[in-house]
Ligand binder design. Structure first.
Ligand code: SAH
Length: 394
């Protein structure tokens, strides 16, 4: 096995069990390794970890194990996948969910591996050279841990290019299901398009936050910005909102949202309105029209995928948060999110505070919001905390 020799003094983050070894920390590779091969990581004297080699990426290696004696093989993946699945079973709020993140990559000790379960189908996304190499072992391990016989691979995330990997999609196990995949989230039916939907088909990370919106919605006028397939909108209706206006710039997403509403005859469809528009512009139009809302959700796409986009992203977050706050009735609430890796919670709070100041009203955080418990954040890997939100009340 080849050995990755660290530069002198570059072992600190590894000793804190952070799983990434950046290009700048690598002195040299002793021996030969192909992309995805397991290498031993050494400080020149001692083996500190076993990691997957990824020569094309700035993250030159991702650690599989901090135990120098652990063998990285099919059994290793069976163990790690089974442990991740078992952790979900210990959390009461995750029990009985048809839509569940089973593996949250680095935070479950499986860098580059995402697995989401929708009913009896598991969708995997492999985003690193190491994960790509162990596709079969991962599929076997998932099948064993879940009993699911249908496994679909959705490795078309653009981050693969940074690892020198082509997009890959298709069935790894089993046949496509006969009809649509539909999950029930808090009793609301939602169609999940695993082939062309965002991520693996659905934003499972917002599950708890959708329930919170539902609990706040009775009798309220709700505006859901960046609604995608209507996850928040339908929960607001389920919570007996008086009216729910939802905005998205994607017509296919809105078509699915309408179809989702039709899958839920218990909801009053006459209270829902879907608008195909750019949120930045629509918020201004609503202000010009002197519209007001009791609850506004802002769940935009990643404006800052990395640190280099932060400044521009901060302006965009400020813009929508300012517009949102200006549209609130007295006592109204803004539920606002950022899923940008490049923007930490402190900066996000500063941005929202700046927006509140400009909006001229006085506002307070009544709750801090985060991803659901099936999206854990390893304590050694704070980067895992990509989703942060604030519930702000005027
Ligand atoms: N809140 C959703 C997930 C939002 S994903 C849920 O709970 O499922 C982000 C959405 O923003 C996508 O559907 C995308 O089509 C939409 N979007 C991106 N930029 C936009 C813009 N400028 N105006 C309106 N929608 C936009």
């Amino acid at each position: 096995m080849a050995q990755l020799i660290l530069r002198r003094g570059r072992d600190k983050s590894l000793r804190r069990r952070h799983p990434w070894i950046f290009e700048g920390s690598v002195d040299h590779l002793e021996g030969r390794a192909r992309p995805g091969d397991t290498v031993e990581v050494s400080d020149g004297q001692k083996i500190l970890a076993k990691a997957a080699w990824s020569p094309a990426s700035q993250i030159r290696a991702r650690v599989w194990s901090f135990d120098a004696d652990e063998i990285i093989d099919d059994v290793f993946f069976k163990r790690r996948v089974a442990a991740a699945v078992a952790r979900r079973q210990t959390l009461p709020e995750l029990a009985g969910q048809d839509g569940l993140r089973l593996i949250h990559a680095e935070s479950d000790g499986l860098p580059g591996i995402i697995a989401d379960q929708y009913g009896d189908t598991v969708v995997v996304q492999l985003t690193s050279a190491g994960a790509d190499k162990w596709r079969e072992a991962i599929a076997n391990a998932l099948q064993k841990a879940t009993g699911c016989t249908r496994i679909y691979e959705r490795s078309d995330s653009e981050v693969r290019a940074r690892e020198g990997l082509e997009p890959v999609s298709g069935w790894l196990r089993g046949e496509p299901p006969a009809g649509d995949i539909v999950i029930a989230e808090h009793g609301v039916n939602m169609r999940v398009d695993i082939v062309t939907g965002h991520k693996t088909g659905f934003y499972l990370d917002q599950r708890d936050n959708r329930l919170l919106l539902r609990q706040l919605s009775a009798g309220k006028r709700v505006l859901n910005c960046f609604c995608y397939t209507g996850g928040f909108s339908l929960q607001a209706l389920a919570g007996d909102a008086a009216q729910v206006i939802s905005i998205d710039s994607s017509e296919p997403a809105l078509a699915t949202a309408r179809a989702n509403l039709a899958l839920n005859p218990q909801l009053d469809a006459s209270r829902a309105e879907w608008r195909n528009a750019n949120v930045f512009e629509e918020l201004r139009r609503l202000r010009d029209a002197e519209e007001r809302f009791d609850l506004i959700v802002l769940d935009p796409p990643k404006f800052a995928p990395s640190a280099s986009h932060v400044e521009k992203a901060a302006r965009a977050y400020k813009d929508i948060n300012l517009s949102g706050l200006r549209l609130l009735n007295p006592g109204g609430m803004l539920m606002t999110y950022s899923c940008s890796g490049g923007i930490g919670i402190e900066l996000f709070q500063d941005i929202v505070a700046g927006a509140a100041l400009d909006a001229g009203g006085d506002a307070r955080i009544v709750k801090r919001l985060q991803g659901a418990a099936d999206h854990p954040v390893a304590l050694a890997f704070p980067e895992g905390e990509y989703l942060k939100g604030l519930l702000v009340q005027c």
